[in-house]
Design a protein around this ligand. Structure first.
Ligand code: SAJ
Length: 418
């Protein structure tokens, strides 16, 4: 059996490597020539623990190769990005081009699985695009278990947590949604090769919504925590202590407030539900707005700190601790810390000292501000600064000598020093 994986990013590459480790021949397909060349050398172009060894072994043992155009295979898995457009409408253009490229090599008996997080209806849309390109092949019809088509099509959304992808790919339950039951069962056979947990079968529309709902559930719960942080600020109450105490109730489990919600999943996927059901998804939309507004609250707190010191910003130095979208990773995508840092660099401080233990050079966008912004160690940043803003709860920041903070204005958005 040959499995082709279209899209060799944070999901496609680990899935390819895990399948290859089970002695399945895997062809990874990506339009990015640099990614293809790197993988064929047994190396990786993304940061993810344990992935480098897995890819190296897979390439060495000839179970994994990367190419830029799809080849004939038994199974095609699509793991391409699904961003949203300016108006929060889902952008399915990557799925469309993947469908069109797969169609050129598709054969009777093939199975096509969409793994990308997608709005309801996207799996059927992908099937439609393949069908338009290949009128000689028959495709399944949603819910029609009697009709056996030439091609099987299913949706199996990825659910792995960045930083723990290799383990979670194997240990997490999978939701497998077929266009028909037979399609779902065929897809389950494939996942059973490497998934040690349950592979639960449903239809493709339910599987699509299930993934969106999982991330929206988290977003709504983080919004609740973020809203509490605003309420507590107004009432002069320590939100971290409040949450700790409330969570002692056996049926309460409040998440942690922060400077906003980042990453390329939780800040995006709820909008797909809002787009499909704008009048109904009121709470989900509001949660997105609450979380997206949290960086503005942090910036206001910085202005308050300046007023408290009573000097002009031109005379003050500010330290920003953390830039990644969550702790102990180097991923800056959609990071609220990065967007706050961008605004801080325009506020008129005499110096901005950035500490981010997981990156080693100042991000390109601050290169023309090297007079103002510098990347330094956390201790050094704190020592020099009048205002300290903690943006990410990276582990090393938790053991900073608290004595260094005395006499400074502190804005601790993660509550690690509270
Ligand atoms: N965050 C908070 N407070 C919290 C928890 C998280 O502010 O209590 C923030 C983080 O700092 C970060 C953002 O939320 O900025 C998202 O981080 P995360 O760790 O909650 O999630 P992701 O984006 O890394 O991964 C999520 C996961 N989804 C769920 O946990 C429901 C993962 O399982 C999905 O596979 C992934 O999205 C995805 O690819 O969709």
């Amino acid at each position: 059996m040959i499995v082709s994986i279209i899209g060799l990013g944070y999901i496609g590459l680990p899935t390819a490597a895990v399948l290859a480790s089970k002695k399945v021949k895997v062809v990874g397909v990506d339009v990015n020539q640099h990614a293809v060349d790197t993988i064929n050398q047994g190396k990786i172009h993304i940061v993810e623990p344990e992935l480098d060894n897995l890819v190296y072994e897979a390439v060495q043992n000839n179970y994994l190769k990367a190419v830029t155009k799809p080849e004939k295979s038994d199974v095609f898995m699509v793991a391409v990005p699904t961003p949203f457009k300016d108006n929060y409408e889902p952008d399915l253009s990557y799925i469309k081009s993947a469908a069109k490229s797969i169609a050129t090599v598709l054969e009777r008996g093939n199975l096509v699985i969409l793994e990308s997080t997608s709005p309801v209806g996207a799996t059927e849309k992908m099937m439609e695009w393949m069908g338009e390109a290949r009128p000689d092949l028959s495709f399944p019809k949603f819910g029609d278990d009697k009709f056996i088509a030439d091609i099987a099509v299913a949706h199996c959304p990825e659910r792995v947590l960045p930083g723990q992808v290799v383990r979670e790919l194997v240990e997490n339950d999978r939701i497998i949604g077929g266009v028909t039951t037979q399609c779902a069962e065929r897809a389950r056979e494939l996942y059973k090769i490497f998934v040690e947990a349950n592979c639960l079968i449903t239809d493709c529309r339910t599987a699509e919504l299930s993934k969106l709902v999982e991330n929206s559930f988290r977003d709504v719960n983080i919004a609740f925590a973020n809203e509490l942080s605003l309420i507590c600020d107004k009432l002069g109450i320590n939100v971290w202590e409040l949450i700790k105490l409330a969570n002692r109730h056996p049926r309460v489990n409040i998440l942690q407030p922060g400077p906003g919600v980042g990453g390329h999943c939780i800040a995006v996927d709820p909008w797909f539900i809002v787009d499909s059901a704008p009048d109904e998804a009121k709470l989900i939309r509001m949660a997105r707005l609450v979380n997206d507004n949290k960086p503005n609250f942090v910036l206001n707190k910085i202005d308050c700190a300046v007023s408290l010191i009573g000097r002009s910003k031109m005379e003050l130095k500010i330290a920003c601790l953390g830039l990644a979208f969550k702790p102990d990773i180097d991923d800056l995508r959609e990071s609220p810390a990065l967007s706050i840092m961008r605004k801080i660099s325009l506020m008129g401080f005499s110096e901005v000292l950035l500490a981010e233990p997981n990156i080693f050079t100042l991000p390109k966008e601050f290169k023309d501000k090297e007079q103002l912004v510098s990347l330094v160690l956390a201790d050094e940043a704190i020592r020099a600064a009048d205002i300290v803003v903690l943006l990410v709860d990276h582990t090393p920041f938790k053991s900073i000598d608290l004595g260094l903070l005395s006499g400074k204005q502190i804005i601790d958005t993660r509550g690690i020093w509270s």
